[in-house]
Ligand binder design. Structure first.
Ligand code: KIV
Ligand code: ZN
Length: 520
């Protein structure tokens, strides 16, 4: 690497990210994410842990064969069997890498019950073995930040002498803090013989919420590879988020003059795909990729944003792949925001049309927490639409539940102008009730999210249920509240189905999402 300020981006969404409980991805999903990472300019993709399963091996191996420009890396513990298996999986890559690791802290040395000297020997043997197979070897002392620094210097020197080309310093339990993170890398670079011949990497977990800050501090200290995941996916509190470090270095290049090869306009798309395939929703207020990261609802903020975007934004939505700022409409929104939103949706209003619509919009916003694009489209395209009955309406529901399975639901649903009735069973009352809806109104829509929140305390609490459905790339959400959780669930589900129908009919088949549009 000639540019001393170029920082390599090592993405481990498919390895460390996939290790998060519940985040398993299918083979095809892994291939898709790997292709997106490659396309966005990630330098090294850690594609999996080949010895962990046949499935992991197959995914790493196929990704290795398909990658166009990224280096493909596999993980291996400190033994020959793991390392050989890893090499078998990555060796087809244009640029393969073996990543081998061992826990060096007192807490981790205790597990294989190795003395410091025995562990040093193991590191020498395994890194030498890896290097005999592959000329690109990364070595990690797991839990480095809780390892005695003198011992860390000693084992890093051994790994370099054995042929490691990248030394990764993991903060495995998210224990370090920015100043210490920088100091540790600085000390290793200053004291370890041969340090100037290798790249130092940082791999931070987010247990104290400092992963991104610690990674950037390590770069200040001399690290030139950041290990990260999309959306910060990863075990426990996750990892450094790729989008955060990359955008931080870009937005604050004045104080962090580092560059990466990442095409940031691909960020939003890959974030959404990772969220969908991993089943891990991105929290709305998540930096860079959260739904609210470029959203301004209050009248003052919306007004400021419409005059000049730098009043409340430090980066442009386009930089991360959004078509523009989102101004979600609610009862605090003003006429200017309504006009801008309508324009965004393709409706240019003359003043008196807008005045009329604004009155109806305010009436609707008073009844609803957030006015969605669908609601606006309905308001504009059909003056009566706001008051018009939905296609589906819950008329009657009775569930039988308890310790004896199967649970069942008697449901009457109005579908168009006809009342339809069915009894269905399921695994629990909500499943039975949803099965009844599906029996009366068959659809291809896939349930992506089902969440229940208690609004008040006590056994008579109102439950708010949110349902998100996906059909052919189109997303629709439904919400409802009721003291009966099953009733709230069915209403939310029916609500989402009604929205999906509106989207299908009003937006046509090619427009999938209207509030966030991908660029390019
Ligand atoms: O967090 C960690 O220490 C790891 C290693 C395997 C690098 O993920
Ligand atoms: Zn990790």
């Amino acid at each position: 690497m000639t540019d001393k300020n170029r920082v390599l981006i090592f993405d481990t969404t498919l390895r460390d990210g996939e290790q998060s409980p519940g985040a398993t991805m299918s083979h095809d999903e892994k291939l898709e994410i790997a292709a997106l990472l490659d396309e966005m300019g990630v330098d090294i993709i850690e594609a999996g842990f080949p010895i962990a399963s046949e499935g992991d091996f197959a995914a790493v191996s196929e990704i290795a064969g398909l990658a166009k420009s990224a280096t493909i890396c596999g993980l291996a513990r400190a033994n020959f069997k793991d390392i050989d298996r890893c090499w078998d999986a990555v060796k087809h890559a244009k640029s393969p890498r073996i990543h081998t690791f061992i826990g060096t802290s007192p807490q981790h040395r205790a597990i294989p019950n190795l003395t410091m000297d025995e562990m040093a020997d193991r590191i020498h043997e395994t890194v030498t073995h890896a290097r005999n197979l592959c000329d690109n070897v990364q070595w990690s002392p797991m839990d480095a930040t809780r390892t005695e620094w003198d011992y860390l210097c000693r084992v890093v020197e051994i790994a370099i002498k054995a042929g490691a080309t990248t030394i990764n310093i993991p903060d495995t339990v998210g224990y370090t803090a920015p100043r210490e993170s920088a100091d540790l890398i600085r000390r290793l670079i200053a004291e370890v013989p041969g340090a100037d011949e290798v790249v130092f990497a940082t791999h931070c977990h987010n247990d104290l919420g400092m992963a991104t800050a610690n990674a950037l501090a390590a770069v200040e200290g001399g690290a030139r590879q950041i290990e990260c995941t999309i959306n910060g996916l990863g075990e426990r509190a996750g990892n450094t988020a790729l989008e955060e470090v990359v955008m931080a270095m870009r937005v604050r290049n004045d104080i962090m003059p580092f560059t990466t090869g990442i095409d940031t306009t691909k960020i939003m798309h890959i974030s959404r795909r990772v969220s969908t395939v991993s089943g891990f929703n991105v929290q709305p207020n998540k930096a860079i990729v959260g739904k609210n990261a470029f959203a301004h609802e209050s009248g003052i903020h919306q007004d400021g944003m419409l005059k000049s975007s730098d009043t409340f934004e430090i980066m442009r939505p386009e930089d991360v792949g959004l078509a523009g700022t989102s101004l979600p409409l609610g009862k605090h929104s003003g006429r200017a925001a309504l006009r801008a939103k309508l324009k965004d949706l393709g409706f240019d209003m003359v003043d008196n049309q807008l005045n009329d619509l604004f009155v109806r919009f305010k009436a609707l916003a008073d009844r609803k927490k957030e006015v969605f694009d669908d609601d606006l489209i309905a308001l504009v395209t059909d003056a009566a639409a706001a008051d018009q009955a939905d296609h589906l309406e819950l008329k009657f529901l009775r569930v039988i539940c308890g310790t004896e399975a199967p649970q069942s639901a008697d449901l009457t649903l109005r579908v168009g102008s006809e009342d339809k009735q069915v009894t269905a069973t399921g695994d629990g009352p909500v499943d039975a009730a949803f099965n009844a809806v599906k029996a009366l109104y068959p659809t291809e829509a896939r349930l992506q999210v089902y969440q229940v929140h208690a609004v008040t305390e006590g056994t008579d609490a109102q439950a708010t249920v949110s349902v998100r459905l996906e059909e052919d790339g189109r997303i629709a959400t439904g919400q409802s509240a009721d003291t009966d959780t099953v009733v709230a669930s069915v209403k939310a589900y029916v609500n989402a189905l009604n929205r999906l129908k509106v989207r299908r009919e009003k937006l046509g088949s090619d427009v999938k999402e209207v509030s966030y549009k991908d660029v390019g």
